[in-house]
Structure formats: structure tokens, C-alpha cells
Design a protein around this ligand. Sequence first.
Ligand code: AMP
Length: 279
Amino acid sequence: MYVISNIEEIQSYLNEQAHRGKTIGFTPTMGALHDGHMSLLITSKEQCDVSVVSIFVNPTQFNNPSDLENYPRRMEEDLALLEKNGCDVVFTPSEEAIYPENFKGVSMDLSIVNEEMEGTFRPGHFQGVVNVVFRFFEILRPSKAYFGLKDFQQVTIIKIMVDKLELPTEVVGCETLRAENGLAMSSRNYRLNDKQLAEASAIFKTLEYGKSLVKDNTPAEAQEKMKTYFDQFPLDLEYLQIVNTNTLEKLNSKWSESATCCIAAYFDDVRLIDNMEIA
Ligand code: AMP
């Protein structure tokens, strides 16, 4: 496994692979890796000849400085896990390499994600996400890129970006990997103790409960009942929103063909998100 932080070096390696007709699969991460990240890498390995994973804690997608400061960093463990799972190349660029002085950023309409859920509670987040993913795509020119559906709005906006800018990369959305109690795996879970890890299954339980409400309730009624249900647990709800899976529009009086419920909640200062297609 190669570990490369220099842009010219990784480009020269990947160009050589591309010239030999090899396809390149790319999984962007912010490190503190877990089996959820590994499931993206495994899918990349199934579908592509060369699999690249990046580790870069992107400062521009954090709206809260203390969240950025406390974000778990575990480079040694990350590299061991990647090696064990057969990663070909790990890309660990510096902030200066990703954001050179002349970097302009992506200019596109982000309202579909900015006006709902993560967008309203994390102002600037999606601009940071599209900028960094665009920059990685520009450097690595992957054939396919792998994103987790846990970050539901993120996958949507990256697909729209690729479409709008006609980028030659296929975006693949991958299912959320969960712990046995249903808790979605997340780097932020490294900040929870065992008791909190057990209690954080509240999010999954609430999403599952939502499924049982679809038949006899409107989305607005289901939302209220889910919020009341969630209140029994020791987490603080930030939002719970049922949206049309395809358009991200909020649902109130009528169910759409497919509906997804998204939740963000705090356990002390640790922010967790999850979602599930409930209808
Ligand atoms: P992050 O390091 O949190 O930025 O995540 C990197 C990628 O891994 C993103 O595309 C995430 O959606 C994805 N990811 C994070 N957690 C999971 C999970 N539990 N299952 C599947 N993919 C995940």
C-alpha cells in the first residue's frame, strides 16, 4: 500500500495506471476510519482496478471550530485498517495542497441542500463539501467515487455537482453500515463511552418506529410521534425531518413514493446524524 501526500506523485502514479487501462475507484474520508468506511473501500475494490482512499479533515466543511478541533484523528490505526482491507493508495494531502492560494471553489446553486436539515444547522457546510470533493476529483480523476448514504444530502449534492459540471466520475452511493444495536458507524462514535454507544441506538430505534407509523399517519403526524418517542432517550434532538427521498422536499400531508426520515442529535457535544427510507 502506497501512502502519498504529494499531488504530483499521486498524479504520476494514477496517470500510469490509467494509461494501462486501469479504472480508479476513490473513497474520500476524514479519517478515524471504521467498518463503514471499509465497506466503501470494499465496494471500490470490487468495481475498480485501483482503489484510492483519501484522509483529509476538511476545515472548510466545519461550521463549528470546536467540532473541528475535537474531530478524532487516528492516522496510525487508519493506515493499519486500510492495509488490512487491501487499499492500494492512501492520499494524505496537506491543507495547502488542497487549497492553493488561487483555488476558486465551485460556484453552483446549493439551495436544494442549504435550505434543509444539515444545510440550515451547518451553514457553509455544503459549500465546503463540494469544494473539497471537486478538488479531489480534479487531482485524482477517478472513474468512480464512493460515498455513504448515511450522509444523505451529501450524496445528493455531489451527484448534482458531477452532473452540472459534467465531470467524468460516476458517483456511487453505498448503504449505511451499523453496529449490532443499529447505531450508524461514525468517526464521531470514537468520542462516546460504552454507555453512550448503547444509548445512541435511540436514533435507529426512532427511525424504525417511524416505519410503523407510515400506514396510519400523515408525514407531519409521524414526525410528531417520532419526536415524542425520541424524547424518552438522553440525547438532544436537533432535527427530525421526513423528506421525499428523490427531491428532498419536506413532506407534510402526503407520503411520496419514497420517503426518508433524517435525524441529527447531540450526545453532550458529540453530533450524530442518521437517516432511513421509511416509506
Ligand atoms: P467521513 O470520514 O465521515 O467524512 O466519511 C467518509 C465517507 O464514509 C462518507 O461518504 C460517509 O458517508 C461514509 N460513511 C461514514 N459512515 C458510514 C457508515 N456507517 N456506513 C457507510 N458509509 C459511511
